[in-house]
Design a protein around this ligand. Structure first.
Ligand code: MG
Length: 261
């Protein structure tokens, strides 16, 4: 009895110590990256809290049909709107989807500025690897401003690299990621940055729904997406391509359409 009575507080102390160590320990991410301007975090900050998890409604925004004034970029079979370095889209077209296959990132032949963009994506059904190695891809607006695609379902990573993050800048307000292999929707409302010569007049603004849930509300990009470095603006044309990233994981895409605004 005496041993047990002594043992209990000792076990409690070691449990408390363990939880303190756990909460203070760096999570996945970096501590040697630049400070984000206007935020208390660094780029890919290992200590930045993960976005709260919200379970999306069944089927939210999946299969959204294109309105009459939309340009269909991929309807299930024809990938001719897409190119990789001026050549034909190298991705695998099967089962009404196009799939990353190591052929390289792709982009639209047509260029866009202000836009409403709908797309659906699915990470691989077999969740392999961890963090940024699991179901990584991305949507590059104007070829520069990335909305991250990642299997963020029970997959810890640095918060500004989560699914639907403005990569390296702002995590999504909430984590609405479905499980591996499940189709998910992005609805992106984008205002292109404005330049006067070389000078930035207005930053790029974006509102994003992930599986029908608001995850960015008129958020300003800090600049063109960078890895482990601060985003910055460099003047560019008023339109640019929509890019989809080949990050080495077989992510699938379907039902992609855009409305010019
Ligand atoms: Mg990515």
């Amino acid at each position: 009895m005496k041993l047990l009575a002594l043992g209990a507080p000792a076990a409690l102390v070691s449990l408390l110590t363990l939880s303190m160590v756990t909460s203070n320990a760096p999570q996945v991410g970096y501590t040697d990256t630049p400070q984000l301007p206007g935020q208390e975090w660094k780029v890919h900050d290992a200590h930045r809290p993960p976005p709260p998890v919200v379970k999306p409604a069944e089927g939210a925004n999946l299969g959204a049909p294109p309105p009459a004034d939309a340009l269909v970029l991929f309807g299930g079979k024809d990938a001719s709107a897409w190119t990789a370095g001026g050549k034909e889209c190298p991705w695998t077209i099967a089962g009404g989807a196009m799939e990353v296959n190591g052929g390289g990132s792709i982009e639209t032949r047509e260029h866009f500025g202000d836009m409403q963009l709908h797309l659906e994506w699915a990470s691989p059904a077999k969740a392999e690897s961890t963090s940024q190695g699991r179901g990584n891809s991305g949507v590059f607006l104007m070829g520069r401003y990335e909305i991250q695609i990642l299997d963020s379902f029970e997959n810890p990573t640095y918060s500004d690299g989560s699914a639907a993050a403005l990569y390296g800048q702002f995590p999504p307000l909430v984590n609405v990621c479905r499980g591996p292999g499940e189709w998910q929707s992005y609805d992106i409302f984008f205002r292109a940055p404005r330049f006067d010569g070389d000078k930035l007049v207005a930053p790029a603004l974006v509102t994003v729904l992930h599986n029908g849930v608001l995850v960015h509300n008129n958020q300003a990009f800090l600049g063109a997406t960078r890895h482990r470095d601060l985003a910055s603006y460099a003047a560019h044309a008023p339109t640019g391509p929509i890019g989809l990233q080949d990050h080495g994981n077989p992510v699938r895409f379907r039902n992609i359409w855009v409305r010019k605004l």
